[in-house]
Design a binder for this molecule. Sequence first.
Ligand SMILES: [Zn+2]
Length: 334
Amino acid sequence: MTADTTEEAFLSTASSFRTLATEAFSSRTAEPAVAGQRTLRSSISCVGIGLHTGAAIRLSIRPAPADTGIVFQRTDIAASPLPARYDSVVETRLSTVIGESPQSGNRVATIEHMMSALHGRGIDNALILVDGPELPVLDGSSADFLFLLDCAGTTESDEPRREIEILKTVRVANGDAFAVLRPHARSGLSLEMTIDFPAAAIGRQKLSLDLDESAFRHDLAFSRTFTERGEIDALHRAGLALGGSLDNAIVVDGVNVLNPTGLRARDEFVRHKLLDAVGDLYLAGARLRGRFIGHKSGHHLNNQLLRTLFADRSAWRWAQKRASGSLQPRRVAA
Ligand SMILES: [Zn+2]
């Protein structure tokens, strides 16, 4: 696909998204002092290794018009744009993968750390071009993605930013693991995660935080993905994690952390699970206003939680975010 046709396909999709968004907000009335939607001021690119393929991947992040949302586009194959939404998720085994369909080759894996950075940095609209089947893993955290977004800068449109307000508690579980979304008085998203791993280097860790740009930047963005040494051989035999190394993941063996430079925080593991949840929950298509509670929750339960939420039209509603940080709830057409 040439650059021109890529751009045309994207603009056509962006246009249809805008039409849908305009219809969804047809009952909205103009109101001052709402926060505007944010996109990048300029495009920015990097090249990095894919965690699972081990191949060099080029990533470009471009500005996009208001009401586009986050859209991924493969440039190495003739492919349709892939909206970053919970119902585009086709696999959650080792990372969050979006695709045209479960069988389609038009898929992009390991999007969660990029989605988390976009959420944390407050980016509403962006086009993510990638010339392979997965995003570069970079250092295994969101820090490098956040750095790219900081370098590109941001710009705000006149179109108001929308949030999804949780009205009813929804819960999904798998064994003793569970994930919950419930209403919360505070503006924005409040998060709590508990993990419990047999490896003594990880053990039981718990963390709560109210998500804003500062909390994301200082408390979550730096935390890296992790694995246990015993899992690595099995992944390699399955042809996975070929690009994995101590440069892009924490590897633990019992009580030991094998990375020569150690951990970036004592509880880096639970911080990373929250980072993953922030990225996975941004697949709602907008920021959530509510409280998330995860217990051993990963990509699968995070996605099931969104599917359960959106299956019940009475469990959520659109809200506009005021620039002051307060929210003006608005009932809109479904
Ligand atoms: Zn992760």
